[in-house]
Design a protein around this ligand. Structure first.
Ligand SMILES: [Fe+2]
Ligand SMILES: [Fe+2]
Length: 373
């Protein structure tokens, strides 16, 4: 019997359900898109699982047990599937530019969800530490449901990402555990901020809700929020991770990289944001603001997103990236030179962002937060 991904209790069941769908239906284009490894597309990660497995959570035991209890109670079981709130979508009649960008958004979101699922599942599989294995089992279960649900939406448009194939074929990037904490903590929290900002905006402006999947974003982002909480607790088990001089630099680097990647990626989807009725710059700044506020729970610094150089430099970075892409499409020696020049300009803009002084922060005694937006 086929189980829907919304009802699975483990990531393995989720992956089997996704694979069963993919066997029936697959589209090469979407899988190819998801297979691309560029600076901007979601990546697959691997890490030193033994080091992660050795974490002792006793210093945050009380908060840990509470959070894990919440995940165990599984408030979103059965939520991520179509129901009567799922309005019919006229994919054929959709503006072609919007359709292209929206599909790109769905494919890249699906890849990102799935990349989390694979990483978390691997940790659970290799670990022996009961606390760590339980956490990663819950998180991979959630990500499998999220990825499965996006795949459901894509299938209606005649597109499906073959996630099983992706697991085998996509290149894995190795990150030391501390980099996994910084990058994954941030991507979970930024995911929360992105989804809740869209959800609240569409709640106030329902005429812009051009696809039903946005109605699911609230419960969705609550999952991401609690995943982020788990990484905040993991970071709290070792003060060096957020306090030492060189780790502070790494945190600043990851914040800058994650924020600027989001800026560039979102600006490549003008039709999508127009259909949602959001100004991309406003939306991105709003997401940065929420993410920065949340990450005060654990990071010793925040980026100065109101600095006079912040937005102009992001705009320069975005221009360099899009010029680079155009040059690459041109091809030939002129294209190569154009691409190299654009890369140089992009790198200079990124360095300039890194040199904006950050604002120091003293994280509170009590690390835990609840979704507040
Ligand atoms: Fe997710
Ligand atoms: Fe997540």
């Amino acid at each position: 019997m086929n189980v829907h991904t919304a009802d699975v209790l483990t990531a393995e069941e989720g992956l089997a359900a996704i694979q069963a769908q993919a066997d029936k239906f697959d589209s090469d284009d979407a899988t190819d898109l998801a297979l691309q490894n560029t600076l901007l597309t979601p990546r697959f990660y691997t890490t030193d699982f033994d080091e992660l497995d050795a974490i002792d959570v006793s210093s945050v035991r009380e908060d840990w047990d509470k959070l894990l209890g919440q995940m165990r109670s599984d408030p979103n079981k059965g939520h991520f599937k179509k129901n009567e709130d799922w309005d019919a979508i006229d994919w054929e009649g959709m503006d072609p530019a919007l359709k292209l960008e929206f599909l790109d958004f769905l494919v890249s979101s699906c890849t990102a969800e799935f990349s989390g699922c694979v990483l978390y599942k691997e940790m659970k599989r290799r670990g022996t530490n009961k606390d760590i294995c339980e956490l990663f089992a819950f998180m991979s279960r959630d990500e499998a449901r999220h990825a499965g649900f996006i795949n459901d939406a894509l299938r209606e448009a005649g597109v499906s990402v073959n996630l099983g194939f992706l697991t085998k074929k996509k290149k894995y990037t190795y990150f030391r555990p501390k980099f996994i904490y910084y990058a994954t903590y941030l991507s979970e929290k930024i995911g929360y901020a992105r989804y809740i900002t869209i959800f609240r905006h569409l709640e106030a402006n329902p005429e812009h809700r051009f696809h039903p999947i946005f109605k699911w974003f609230k419960e969705w982002c609550n999952d991401e929020f609690s995943h982020g909480e788990a990484f905040a607790l993991l970071m709290r088990t070792d003060p060096k991770l957020t306090e030492s001089w060189n780790n502070r630099l790494w945190i600043k680097f990851f914040l800058t990289a994650v924020y600027s990647t989001m800026w560039v990626r979102d600006h490549a989807r003008p039709a999508f944001h127009e259909a949602l009725g959001v100004d991309v710059e406003w939306y991105d700044q709003e997401v940065f603001k929420k993410t920065s506020t949340i990450s005060r729970q654990v990071f010793p610094l925040e980026l100065d997103i109101d600095h006079p150089r912040w937005k102009p430099t992001l705009r320069r970075l975005e221009k360099a990236m899009s010029d680079g892409e155009k040059a690459a499409k041109t091809g030939g020696p002129a294209g190569m030179i154009g691409k190299a020049w654009a890369n140089l300009r992009g790198a200079a803009a990124f360095v300039s962002l890194l040199t904006i002084p950050s604002k120091p922060n003293t994280p509170p005694e009590n690390v835990r937060l609840e979704p507040a937006y």
